[in-house]
Ligand binder design. Structure first.
Ligand code: G1P
Length: 289
C-alpha cells in the first residue's frame, strides 16, 4: 500500500441469531457496549486510524445502522431547546466524523461474498475490513496497526492472535514464517479447520488490509467451509503468492459476537468509565463474595 488507509468495509449483513430475541427487530451491530453501539466502536477505531470513508455491507432490516450515522434533526433540536449541549455534541459528532455509505448483500453467502458486494464502492484502492464481532481495545487502533505494516511492506495484512487449541476450529487459521518483529509471512490459511487439523493456533481476528485485486480473486473463489464464499480462501491465494503478512497486534480483543464475550466487553468498557467504575466494582464484589 503506497498511501495511508482511506476506506474501510464493515460487513453487517448477518442475522445475529446468537442474540435472539434481541436481534429480531434490532440489528446486532446496534447492540450497545455500555451505551455505544458496537458498530460505532468499530467506526471510531477506523476514524482514529485516519479513515475517511466507511462502506457498510448490510441486508434487509438494517436501516437503524444508517439512521444512527445520519443527522437526527428532531433529536438535535430537542437537545438544543433543553440546553443539553454535551448530548447534542455527542450526537452530532457521530454523524460528522465520517462519510458512511451502504451497499446491500442480497443473499447471505458468506464473508467473502459480503466483501465482494463492496467492490464498486471501493473501486481501485486498498481498503480495510473490520468485523463487528471483534472489538479491539488498544492504544494504536487495531486497523491502524495493520495499515502501518501494509504501508511498510507493500503487502496485505491480517490480524492474528493465538487461541487455545480447543477453540482453533472456530476461526480462520494462519501459519507461516516468523519475522524478526513477531509478525509472520503467511504461507497457509484455512477457514475453520476440523478439530485436530489446524496448521497452527494463530487465529484470524476480524481486521484486514487488502489490495483491490482481492475482488478478482474473490470472484473466482469456490464455496468453502459451511458452503460459503470465504474471505480466508481468497487470503490463501495472497499467501501462496507471498503477499500476506499476519500481524500480531497489540491490544485486548473481545468477541462481542459471543454472549459471554459480549458481557465481558461490557464490563471491561464500564470499568474504564470514571462514572461507572466504582459502582460496578462494588456490585461485582458484593455478588461474587
Ligand atoms: C469470521 C472469519 C474467520 C475469523 C473470524 C474472526 O468467522 O470467517 O476467519 O477467524 O471471523 O472473528 P465468523 O466468526 O464470522 O464465523
Amino acid at each position: 500500500m503506497k498511501h495511508p488507509l482511506r476506506k474501510v468495509v464493515i460487513p453487517a449483513a448477518g442475522l445475529g441469531t446468537r442474540f435472539l430475541p434481541a436481534t429480531k427487530a434490532v440489528p446486532k451491530e446496534m447492540l450497545p457496549i455500555v451505551d455505544t453501539p458496537t458498530i460505532q466502536l468499530i467506526v471510531e477505531e477506523a476514524v482514529r486510524a485516519g479513515v475517511q470513508q466507511v462502506i457498510v455491507v448490510n441486508g434487509r432490516g438494517k436501516g437503524a445502522i444508517e439512521d444512527h450515522f445520519d443527522r437526527s434533526y428532531e433529536l438535535e433540536d430537542t437537545l438544543t431547546r433543553k440546553g443539553k449541549k454535551d448530548l447534542f455534541e455527542l450526537v452530532r459528532k457521530i454523524s460528522d466524523s465520517v462519510r458512511l455509505s451502504s451497499v446491500r448483500q442480497k443473499e447471505p453467502m458468506g464473508l467473502g461474498h459480503a466483501v465482494l458486494a463492496a467492490k464498486a464502492a471501493v473501486g481501485d484502492d486498498w481498503f480495510g475490513v473490520l468485523l463487528g464481532d471483534d472489538l479491539i481495545d488498544s492504544e494504536e487502533p487495531g486497523i491502524g496497526q495493520l495499515a502501518r505494516v501494509s504501508m511498510q511492506t507493500g503487502k496485505a495484512t491480517v490480524a492474528l492472535m493465538p487461541v487455545p487449541d480447543d477453540q482453533v476450529h472456530l476461526y480462520g487459521v494462519a501459519a507461516g514464517k516468523a519475522l524478526p518483529d513477531g509478525n509472520i509471512t503467511v504461507e497457509k490459511m484455512v477457514e475453520k479447520p476440523p478439530r485436530g487439523t489446524a496448521p497452527s493456533n494463530l487465529a484470524v481476528i476480524g481486521r484486514y488490509v487488502l489490495p483491490p485485486d482481492i475482488f478478482g480473486i474473490l470472484e473466482k473463489v469456490k464455496p468453502g467451509a459451511g458452503g460459503e464464499i470465504q474471505l480466508t480462501d481468497a487470503l490463501a491465494v495472497l499467501a501462496q503468492e507471498g503477499r500476506l503478512i499476519g500481524v500480531r497486534f497489540k491490544g485486548e480483543r473481545h468477541d462481542a459476537g459471543d454472549r459471554l464475550g459480549y458481557l465481558q466487553a461490557n464490563i471491561a468498557w464500564a470499568l474504564k468509565r470514571p462514572d461507572l467504575r466504582d459502582g460496578l466494582l462494588a456490585y461485582l464484589r458484593k455478588v461474587t463474595q
